[in-house]
Design a binder for this molecule. Structure first.
Ligand SMILES: Cc1cc2nc3c(=O)[nH]c(=O)nc-3n(C[C@H](O)[C@H](O)[C@H](O)COP(=O)(O)OP(=O)(O)OC[C@H]3O[C@@H](n4cnc5c(N)ncnc54)[C@H](O)[C@@H]3O)c2cc1C
Length: 347
């Protein structure tokens, strides 16, 4: 039976829900304060999803996360190709593995992390040590680090393309978008926008860091840098394991490399700091000296939505479902979380 579904929030979760539920024939309406479906530069949207690097790293995230995120991540890595294939707009999705790198001087700290991943990940997903010639063959632009491991099951998705393509597809399937609408209350079957109450058969609260005070969610500040680096090819996401400044570098089309990300317990959305600039970019330069003449073309700050235990939650009440706490794994786990929530609801 086709239901009337309301969704508060048009971030990663909101758009995946809209796409999935409208595809299943439900009548979906989405509410978000952003001025439109485009990237935040155009719309002022606050979705963390726009800023994310889009790494799909179930194994590397095991350094800090547990089995739940690992399992959701592996499942999502199966689901993303199916989703991307069904979208009419193109989305760059690459599953060519990712690399862990370390300088020789940081070998102790790096071995500790790799040991942790080996202990937590099942055999087929474990880090595979690479010799320097093997590293050079995979990524000729990397010349600083002496230690490298391949995580073959990992990949990346283009967040901006995906958010836009999901919205376009959901629109084509009949979803109605209410842009410029800040939801002030989500209750049993009701989405409140100021004085106006919109009634539905079921509502989803996926407002990320904007779901306070309904959920004890906090925003965790993250800063990223976009470098334009023509002639410095990078084919897959890489992480530099470092005792103090762990960074990642993620290739995007048109010679762009995204460098990220700080993780600061603050809800400050102001521009990137000098400290993060120095720490992240010098670590990136140490791993890829060829980046010296790259141009910093864009910087961005956003807030990862996190619950007190840093774990995701799906909470059902009559007529209402809350999904939140995707923290630093939203792109990695959102498809599996949506699948699980809709399975629990029998939708
Ligand atoms: C710097 C950075 C790097 C990251 N890198 C990665 C990565 O490489 N891989 C990965 O898997 N994850 C990454 N993440 C995490 C990922 O982006 C988040 O986990 C994910 O975006 C969370 O999805 P969400 O839909 O819950 O929230 P969001 O994407 O934040 O969307 C929430 C939506 O709710 C809307 N909203 C807020 N308040 C209201 C309101 N009152 N009414 C209506 N709507 C409202 C917002 O406008 C927004 O559109 C990164 C995040 C950051 C900040």
């Amino acid at each position: 039976m086709a239901l009337r579904i309301g969704i508060a929030g048009a971030g990663v979760l909101g758009r995946l829900l809209a796409y999935t539920l409208s595809r299943a024939g439900h009548a979906v309406q989405v509410f978000d304060p952003a001025s439109g479906p485009g990237p935040r530069a155009d719309s002022g949207s606050l979705a963390a999803g726009w800023t994310a690097a889009g790494m799909l790293s179930p194994v590397a995230e095991l350094e800090r996360a547990g089995n739940e995120v690992f399992a959701l991540g592996l499942r999502s890595c199966q689901l993303w190709p199916q989703i991307v294939q069904s979208l009419s707009q193109p989305v760059a999705l690459h599953m060519q593995g990712s690399l862990l790198l370390a300088h020789r001087s940081d070998a102790g700290a790096a071995q500790r992390v790799v040991g942790l991943l080996q202990a937590k990940a099942d055999a087929p997903y474990q880090p595979q040590p690479l010799s320097l010639p093997q590293l050079c063959e995979l990524e000729p632009s990397i010349s600083g680090p002496a230690l490298a491991w391949l995580l073959p099951s990992e990949g990346q998705i283009h967040p901006i393309q995906t958010l836009q393509a999901l919205a376009a597809q959901a629109t084509a399937q009949g979803t109605q978008w209410h842009w410029g609408r800040t939801v002030t209350a989500v209750d049993v079957g009701v989405i409140g926008v100021g004085e106006v109450q919109h009634r539905f058969d079921h509502v989803f609260d996926v407002r990320g860091a904007g779901a306070k005070p309904a959920l004890p969610v906090r925003g965790v500040r993250g800063e990223v840098f976009w470098l334009h680096a023509p002639g410095v090819p990078l084919h897959r996401p890489v992480r530099l394991l470092h005792p103090r400044h762990s960074i990642y570098m993620v290739p995007r089309p048109d010679d762009v490399i995204v460098i990220g990300a700080s993780e600061i317990e603050s809800e400050d959305r102001s521009p990137v700091s000098l400290r993060s600039t120095v720490e992240l970019l010098s670590a990136a330069h140490s791993a890829m000296p060829a980046l010296a003449e790259a141009r910093v073309v864009h910087t961005e700050t956003n807030l990862r939505p996190a619950l007190p235990d840093n774990l995701p939650v799906i909470r059902h009440r009559a007529g209402t479902t809350e999904i939140n706490g995707l923290f630093r794994h939203g792109w990695l786990i959102a498809p599996a979380l949506v699948e699980q929530a809709l399975h629990e609801l029998k939708l």
